[in-house]
Ligand binder design. Sequence first.
Ligand code: CLF
Ligand code: SF4
Length: 509
Amino acid sequence: MSGDLPVLPAPALPVLAATAKRPAANCQFRGGCGDAAPPPELPADIDAKVKNHPCYSEQAHHHFARMHVAVAPACNIQCHYCNRKFDCANESRPGVVSERLTPQEALRKVLAVAAEVPQLAVVGIAGPGDPLANPAATFETMELVRGAAPDLQLCLSTNGLALPDHVDRIAALGVGHVTVTVNMTDPVVGERIYPWVAWKGRRVKGREAARLLSERQLEGISLLRDRRILCKVNSVVIPGVNDAHLSEVSRKVMALGAFTHNLMPLISAPEHGTFYGRTGQEGPTREELEAVQARCEGTARVMRHCRQCRADAVGLLGEDRNAEFALARLPPEPAQDAADVRAAHRAGVERVRALSEEARDEALARVAGAPAGLRARVAVATKGGGVVNQHFGHAREFQVYEVSREGARLLSVRKAESYCRGGEGEEDVLEAVLRALSDCRAVLVARVGHCPRGRLAAAGIEPVTEEAHRPIEAAALSWFGGFAARVARGEVPLTSPGEAAPEPQAEVA
Ligand code: CLF
Ligand code: SF4
């Protein structure tokens, strides 16, 4: 099957020359984020805001980068999963600390990154505390960036307590995207997550704190909707605390106009020094997280590609280029902005998207005869551009798609350690990768070594290199066509969870 798919030509643009053999895939579920069914067409103004934002569109995250500037150290609430030594855990993983910046330093950094990273589309403020608990620094930074590089989208992430007070300023600055972390709408649940919030010069505690926070969050979300600012809601999934409550949260925030819901796993360990870490509260297993996401998909567009990046993250989601742009390494004067190079990149991506959609549609037509209930999970190794282009041994994450005759949709991103270190494969690392992919039928890679190829096959995970450098969706569908044919011939037993038995009389194209 794979031989039928064209390898897409690269756009003839200098900015994409480095990825010349990495044309892009596209998502048939418009807006991405792993919806169970294609949502309706987006209004043109919303589509324009979403299509190049790597967090609001799963498809865009293959092509566009974001950067965070860590100008907001203070916070106005306390979360049980937070230790202020680290970044705000509502939008980043604990255990890493950002270099704090002044607004002027932030501008220098933005312009330095913009000159080097043509994929840059979004500048966000996500901590290390709460941006709206530091309104002067947050808004000054946004004004500076807006003036110097107006094509970059502005984004911020907040716990929501101060959001109603600042929503007009946010709108006036042209901030197009605001994330609000909503972990509960029920104060009985909330008092187990928030010990206090700071309100009008005093500390409000317990259930009253949770009620106040929830009211302010929900008010802020509806004020954003009134101003047509896109709102993403983040929720930290805390087993036994809010996991059973989050579908209710999803329903409420979507009814108020939120665009998408991002359900992130609690990351908790004793060494983080948080309340949850010290008291042994654990995060969800992969299965528990996916079950919560599936429940919320009944009412929400669920984001599946979040990397819980840090408050000074730079680059494509999943890559961390911050060290290249540490303050000490930046030029003393702002670098020349490269808006023309970014515009060329955006135009190139548009052409690549069109070609990828064509390849996907052709692949969909070829699997149209597969049984309606048949589906399989496929892992993909990619380093960007929307194509299968990563060596198995170099992959630090795998994107897992569920594939059926309806299409390929992203389920999750699974972290891994690189198996190849200095040419040697490490046994314990390989074991961990095999466990991470244990529910997958195949792994699509650019290359794979002899030893891991055998181990994958023995674990029931087919290593596939025939789809290398092809768009992800088309590649996954192409593999699925062959899989369906083997199932129809009785060569493949259906054993993995989620693989429905095919109709016995079905024929495969
Ligand atoms: Fe940053 Fe957040 Fe804006 Fe994205 S991150 S402020 S919406 S530009 Fe994105 Fe990172 Fe997940 Fe956040 S992957 S943690 S969702
Ligand atoms: Fe920490 Fe962020 Fe919660 Fe503030 S909002 S306490 S910085 S996790």
